[in-house]
Ligand binder design. Structure first.
Ligand code: IVH
Length: 705
């Protein structure tokens, strides 16, 4: 839409646009200064500032308290700056059983269509925190923590104090991002805790917490005094490959001056991998640092490239975790927590017990069936033993996950212990809690009238991936939710907070505990900056059941603008054309669609959404930047036998090049790739006049020959 010339603007138009400009400029400042990831060109940024100034000059009384004309740059955020990773930092899929390792190898070979043995590296999985180090022309420029995998914290100054991290490299690629794990040895951890005790300062629960706490110090001199170490095991951006295989790349990193794990070996298939797993497991106690499993990676980097990635994990690697750590303790009480979607979750309150170095006093009990000793299908678990308050129970922890109750010792059960009666009434709001057919979970039907659901929704609303408002986390939400003077009960209330605080010149917030002039100003600026919000984040932030981050992205790309999304979802009752359109989105099923449409039909939900959106300027989301490839945008069908690649690989590659892969031929199909033995699909193609090519022609088309 073309801008309205400033001299033709009405006062109302000016007021709205000054708000939008303030938000857009604040967002651009944050992207530039805090995230180090500019979103606007200098020219576009200057144009926004100029337009803002011109409108203010014509309507001086409308100048906002937070006018961008009065600010230079962004507030430098408290804490660390952010660094956007040029290549995302991924996590690993887990394997627990030996059979999972064989399955992994099967999947890899199937994907690649290779029957012969594949070589894998096997190495310890270090229990620390991952770090990405960027070197340009051999000089260490940046160090970033993993963060959410896309954006991490800038800990460069701290990383420079770690002896295992070289400041300069010779003979390295011009651009080299080295990734690995920061950790602390057992001996250094024990000594650190002793020093902390002697100084009357807090001690750390385990070496990993100590490493994380030490790296994330705002004062680098504290990090320098902490004995941190680093193992390199992967890489991000690279101007030239390090080598042709994983093993040789790791050796190259070692020659460049990085510590690499001496227990890294090359294995030829699952039995070799499992043998090395046993060897590493047998040395675990004497290694002198914590490891929590073994990581296997396809050795040939060309195969790694073919295998590629799922959304957050590579297809070419897996972490084989060591068995969980166990301990026994008394179950003192069972509390029921009510979550964002109304789920009643039972939580075990335990007599504190150390499980693998961490003191545990809470554990999840999953759901009512789990407590009763049966699974979702009614089959017995723990031989059908139920769990009662007063029982002697076995607790286990597997890696980072919340501790769980695995077993109960009936011999120690007190005589008075009674079976646990799972509530059918929400303990928070008194609404009925119902369990729908096929759902393992009992849910409070109170929706937004349930204070527990309302507050959990708000926490979700401000969380990472959603509005991600700096200075407004779960803790502050709890405080504001119960605040008699400045209550925040719904997302819309967040955006009226500053105005309510300033009303009658009271400015109460800055005199509160935990708030001062500066933190209040920062909080309001952070809220203000989020008035401009991309559509996918908004959809995710609504906290609608089954609508996670990935689904929100799909919906946003499909509907593009809020207006379009809102009007379509409002009309998408089952059977309507809008419903058909919604459920035709690849990745949107009937359950998700039903939940989304129901939320828009529920009066209280709808009112909360409308009230919120009135405060926002929602940025349209354009469909993924069209991939520049000859097949981008085409709908392709594969049929018959493919000889140079498997179906899975063909599909993944076509999709990576921007094509849509369909299962059957219709008038919408652009291309049929037919191998030998193509049957009815070839006939369908003829009927619809769809072009048919063979596998070689396809490979030539996508430039893969
Ligand atoms: S490879 C693309 N190798 O485990 C995959 N990760 O659960 C890159 N980790 O975020 C990771 N030891 O922090 C790899 N030898 C190792 C590792 C390792 C520890 C951590 C890493 C990663 C997490 C995934």
């Amino acid at each position: 839409m073309a801008d309205i010339p400033v001299d033709q603007m009405t006062e109302a138009q000016a007021r709205v646009e000054l708000g939008t400009l303030a938000a857009a400029i604040a967002q651009a400042n944050r992207a530039y200064h805090t995230l180090d990831a500019p979103e606007l060109s200098d020219a576009a940024y200057d144009a926004l500032k100029r337009r803002n100034a011109a409108i203010e000059a014509r309507f001086p009384t409308l100048k906002r308290g937070d006018s961008p004309s009065d600010r230079i740059g962004a507030q430098v955020g408290e804490g660390f700056g952010k660094i956007a990773h040029s290549v995302p930092m991924l996590s690993l899929e887990n394997a627990f059983e030996d059979s999972d390792v064989a399955d992994f190898d099967d999947r890899v070979r199937k994907y690649l269509g290779q029957e012969t043995t594949i070589s894998y590296t096997a190495e310890p999985k270090i229990d620390g925190l991952s770090l990405s180090l960027r070197y340009e022309n051999g000089v260490l420029l940046q160090a970033a923590t993993r963060g959410d995998g896309e954006v991490g914290e800038n800990v460069t100054e701290n990383a420079r104090t770690i002896a295992d991290i070289p400041q300069r490299l010779s003979d390295a690629p011009d651009v080299l991002e080295v990734r690995g794990e920061v950790y602390m040895s057992h001996a250094d951890f024990a000594a650190l805790n002793e020093r902390q005790l002697a100084k009357g300062e807090k001690t750390f629960a385990n070496p990993r917490n100590a490493a994380a706490g030490s790296l994330r110090q705002l004062d680098a001199s504290i990090t320098a005094a902490r004995p941190l170490r680093f193992f390199a095991y992967a890489w991000g951006a690279l101007s030239n490959p390090l080598a042709l295989t994983q093993a040789d790349s790791i050796s190259r990193l070692n020659r460049l001056g990085f510590q690499t794990n001496p227990l890294t070996v090359l294995c030829s298939g699952p039995s070799d991998m499992l043998a090395h797993y046993r060897l590493i497991e047998s040395q675990r106690a004497t290694l002198g640092y914590d490891i929590d499993g073994v990581v296997y990676k396809v050795n040939d980097l060309a195969l790694q490239a073919r295998l590629g990635f799922r959304s957050t994990t590579p297809r070419w690697a897996i972490a084989h975790k060591f068995p969980a750590e166990l301990a026994w303790t008394w179950l003192e009480a069972i509390d029921i927590q009510v979550g964002r979607t109304g789920a009643l979750s039972p939580v075990a309150r335990l007599a504190p017990v150390t499980v693998g170095g961490v003191v545990v006093s809470n554990a999840t009990l999953h759901n009512e069936d789990y407590i009763a000793g049966r699974d979702a299908k009614g089959n017995p678990i723990r031989d059908g033993k139920d769990i009662r308050i007063g029982d002697w129970v076995q607790v286990y922890r597997a890696g980072d996950v919340i501790p769980k109750i695995a077993d109960v010792d009936l011999e120690k059960r007190p005589d008075a212990a009674q079976p646990f009666e799972f509530p059918h009434i929400c303990p928070e709001c008194g609404s009925e809690a119902v369990r729908e057919d096929g759902d393992a979970v009992r849910r409070c039907v109170g929706g937004l009238i349930c204070p527990a659901q309302a507050v959990e929704r708000l926490k979700h609303f401000v969380a990472r991936g959603a509005f991600d408002i700096e200075g407004l986390g779960a803790k502050q939400i709890e405080l504001f939710f119960n605040d008699p003077d400045l209550p925040v009960k719904t997302p819309a209330d967040i955006f009226t907070l500053a105005a309510r605080d300033a009303a009658n010149g009271l400015r109460r917030l800055k005199n509160r505990d935990g708030f001062g002039e500066k933190s209040t100003t920062n909080l309001f600026a952070a809220i203000e900056a989020k008035r401009l919000i991309p559509l996918d984040r908004l959809i995710f932030a609504l906290g609608i059941r089954h609508v996670g981050e990935a689904a929100a992205g799909l919906l946003a790309r499909h509907y593009s603008t809020w207006e379009n999304f809102e009007s379509n979802i409002t009309r998408a009752v089952e059977g309507s054309p809008e419903w058909a359109d919604l459920t035709a989105i690849d990745g949107v099923g009937a359950v998700l669609a039903g939940s989304l449409v129901a939320a828009f039909q529920t009066e209280a939900e709808r009112a909360a959404i409308d009230a919120l959106v009135a405060h926002l300027s929602v940025q349209p989301v354009v469909a993924r930047a069209p991939v520049d490839s000859p097949v981008a945008g085409l709908t392709v069908v594969f049929t018959g036998t493919l000889e140079k690649m498997t179906r899975a690989e063909a599909k993944a590659r076509a999709e990576a090049l921007g094509a849509k892969v369909a299962g059957s031929v219709s008038a919408k199909t652009n291309l049929l790739v037919a191998g030998p033995g193509a049957g009815s699909k070839a006939k369908d193609a003829e009927k619809h006049g769809v072009k048919v090519i063979d596998e070689d022609a396809w490979l030539t088309l996508i430039g893969a020959t």
